[in-house]
Design a protein around this ligand. Structure first.
Ligand code: PHB
Ligand code: FE
Length: 343
């Protein structure tokens, strides 16, 4: 075992470590340790292990699925609530610390006593996850891309890296793209061509006409044009901010690589094409609903569910998040109902 030691937040008093093995002599990948968890990859699979009683349990995830989920967890800073990589393994954001779990939100595993949860300081998990993502992503594979838009180089022995792709962050717009000092609009000449599935989307910009005296205070963009040039999938980026109200539109294709467990209500507006959602109980994984959303459909996703979407063709989804401080606690303690409307 070699220790890759890293300064976190440039703070000498807070020294976290990533624990990694030397590269495997045959396949070239490192294995990683995070508390009681072990992470190992081979040509096709990731094996996660954890301690239960005097034994170690293991769980297997296909490496492309694992890296797509890991990419989101890292880029989103553990997101709102739960990021289930699949029905067994995932993270829960406790905003300052992170629970890493295996089997905890899988009813059968948890009830049979083989689940495991360990809580870490957020930077410990972040640094370890970034190191895994960096070591296990081969040249040419982009975990943010739709399968048709990337390669199969994720499989097989270690073959280079793709740091450029995996260092992309969830966009954090301050107010609106295109405002001075805010995130850039997308165009051919800054590396955002129109996606192959959105060639029919109008590229006209809105005409802004102000009352005299209000010049420079009014701003408008074509959201359809903006989204038609998104180079990533399943990445709800902050694209419009009004106090704690966050507009997080995103483009989707293939499968949302995680089962997201909500810690607050979020609203979805399907802007184009369609997505099918599997909605499950957040705690147990029992099926709750299957929702087909077509262009124009609106849904509130409750605070007590987890969900995974399937988008057969690239589609545009408007995710509306509420970043009011303290919300998770209000739902957790039952002070707020998990759904926004009574029928
Ligand atoms: C969600 O879990 O609410 C979610 C996550 C990623 C997306 C869309 C929705 O791209
Ligand atoms: Fe969600």
């Amino acid at each position: 075992m070699a220790m890759l030691t890293k300064d976190v937040e440039n703070d000498d008093s807070f020294h976290e470590v990533v624990i990694a093995s030397d590269p495997d002599p045959l396949l070239g990948y490192r294995s990683f340790t995070l508390g009681g968890f072990g992470f190992h990859r081979d040509e096709y699979f990731v094996e996660i292990t954890w301690p239960v009683k005097d034994m170690r349990r293991s769980h297997t995830i296909a490496v492309d699925y694992f890296l797509r989920a890991l990419m989101r967890d890292v880029a989103w800073g553990f997101f709102y609530g739960w990021v289930n990589f699949d029905t067994v393994f995932g993270t829960r954001n406790r905003y300052g610390t992170v629970d890493v779990y295996a089997g905890r939100y899988n009813e059968a595993m948890h009830e049979s006593g083989i689940s495991y949860v360990e809580n870490f300081q957020t930077p410990t998990v972040m640094e370890t996850f970034k190191a895994i993502l960096g070591d296990w992503t081969n040249e040419g594979f982009d975990p943010f891309a739709a399968p048709e838009e990337t390669t199969n180089s994720v499989f097989g022995p270690k073959n280079g890296n793709n740091f450029e792709a995996i260092e992309r962050k969830r966009l954090a717009t301050k107010r609106m793209p295109g405002l001075p000092g805010d995130s850039e609009l997308r165009a051919d000449d800054n590396g955002f061509p129109i996606n192959r599935h959105f060639l029919d989307v109008s590229q006209d910009d809105p005409e802004v006409v102000c009352e005299p005296g209000f010049e420079g205070e009014l701003h408008a963009i074509s959201l359809f044009k903006y989204l038609s040039r998104s180079d990533v999938t399943w990445n709800p980026s902050v694209t419009g901010v009004c106090k704690y109200s966050l507009a997080c539109p995103t483009t989707e294709e293939f499968i949302l690589p995680i089962k997201h467990g909500n810690d607050r209500i979020e609203w979805f507006i399907q802007l184009s094409d369609h997505i099918v959602w599997d909605v499950e109980d957040k705690e147990t994984g029992r099926p709750r609903a299957r929702v087909t959303m077509r262009a124009g459909d609106v849904a509130a996703m409750p605070a007590d569910i987890r969900h995974q979407g399937y988008s057969p063709k690239r589609s545009m989804l408007f995710v509306w998040e509420n970043a009011t401080p303290g919300l998770p606690d209000l739902y957790e303690t039952g002070k707020l109902k998990p759904y926004p409307a009574e029928f």
